[in-house]
Write a protein that binds this ligand. Sequence first.
Ligand SMILES: [Zn+2]
Length: 647
Amino acid sequence: MGAKIKGKVVIFSVAVAFAAFGDSLGNIGDVRLKGYIGERLDMMIERHVAARDVDYITAPFKEKTERNGWWQTEFWGKWMHSSVPYLRYVSNVNWNGGGGASLEDSIERGIERILSSQEKNGYIGNYPDELRCGEGWDVWGMKYTMMGLLHYYDWEYKSENVKCKKDRAQCALEACRKLCDYVIAEIGPNGRRGRELWQTGNWAGYASSSILEPVIWLYRRTNDKKYLDFATYLVKGMTEPEAGPRLLDLALKGVSVADRNGYGNTPEKSGDYVMKHNRWKSYEMMSCYQGFLEYYGVTGRKDLFEAAVKTGNDIIKEEINLAGGCACSEAWFHGAKKQHLPYIHLQETCVTTTWMRFCEKLLEITDDARWADQIERTFYNAYLGALRSDGGEFAAYTPLTGNRWHGMNHCFMHTDCCTSNGPRGFLCFLKKLFATRGDVVTFNFYSSALVKGELSGGRKVAFDMYSLYPRTDYVRIVSHTAGAVPVRFRIPTWSAKTEVKLNGKALDGVTAGSYFTVERDWQFGDIMEVKFDMPVVAHTLGHHVAFTRGPVLLARDSRFADGDLTEPFRSGIRDGQVMPTFAAVRTPSDDVWMAFSATLPIGSHTENPEASNPSTVFFCDYASAGNTWTRANFYRTWFQIEYGPQE
Ligand SMILES: [Zn+2]
């Protein structure tokens, strides 16, 4: 047969890894998602991304009346970060959603309005001159505007399938340069305002300093050393001042993300929620590390990379819950150990999206499959759970137990940070599902999809993937590829005994938590089959129990009408115990993606033979739980375990 099978990880050269940075569109359009996940994406693009009123989110840029220190200017940049890649997605896959043309019109109209709002000095924003580059979210807003402009530039520059308007793309790049020049002149080294950039904005300088990410993007597109120098200045501010962000030394010392206050700063204990000096804000902190990774990509500065990896590992250990979400009221709080308790404002969608972006970047650099494990779990649970079932909106917070509801009205607008951020998260899954790099092909995620890509020499590869995963445990991949190429399959850490077959023959050497490589002379019609090991497993914490199946967290939902969701479990259930009494059953409605019956030791009584019997109740996937967004639709993931007299 001539198949050479290797279980080992293929190591990429540093040069190749660096070359992969900075492309905002990646392989968008090379993957066509089908099935449940594909439908959710189509609905989100049509009803959320394409439905955005671009006049509404660009109006503040013309008005410049912001005196409250608010963040109206982040919405357009965030929208561009998703609308441009999704326009490419729908353009390349013959999308039937109907919004492609209007999406393109909206992008064009928005860019026109943004460009025409730019002042002679380069400023794009809505703060009056005397309040700029100081308190509030002005610099943060400019960061997102830079991202929006650069996405527009990338789309025009790279697109083959849409009418090219190169001049306007150049204008967008020019506008971005001028905007960055403005920031440098005002609060860069020896800036006119007489303050350092890290001293502006909120959260100990995190929010403003996270502008580092698009500054590096700009440097990559212009090759102008001025922007690399500015980035170096930013990194200095993020690492050296005693009271500043301290993103390097505290990380390398192993200080957990929730404990980083108090090192040279005096964080507010109470007062207004938006606080100037606290270092516990999850979204903004991770956004800074995103910048570190970009900076590492051009300079190779290893200590910044190590700080980012250490922080990522700390977040997994201390903060991430079984839904792959984290943060309480948007702050780190050692949440992993508290996830069974009703903490307020859990899993801000901005945090969920940013965690996925952070993991995407770490996966890209380290090629460590564990980061893909993280993206997958977050995507199927915290992320899809926040997306309203019609695709039109993201919740701001999604509790592990409770009900789901709309987000805020930020800055007195009919939008908020979270629903604006949401669509960017799906891109992490879409871009990493199937990836080609150099001459290696990788499947990170499994979903019904048609995928294709290009190897370094221009050779084309394509596969069709048929799967109901993670509703079922089985994936079938059919080759449309001819010739020798190593194809890697991610074997999730939770799948202890994964079976992989090539044309019906079982392959050896499959290891959980790594990539399994099949190197062979591929033929059209070769069939790869992967069967995951995904029993339901119990997790215990602080006298509570929860259940997962593969990457999916399970929940009881009031729609099953199967008894009191607060009824305790009897003692005796062990952490890590496999639960054989769970069985897949017909879902009660299309609202519920997957459903299971389970016969479990629930109830307060054991004192007669009848009461000592277990009860049968129902579970669904966490993302489907409570997705009617009504108060009556309650769900629960962590269940109390009864206490005995000795406790
Ligand atoms: Zn938010």
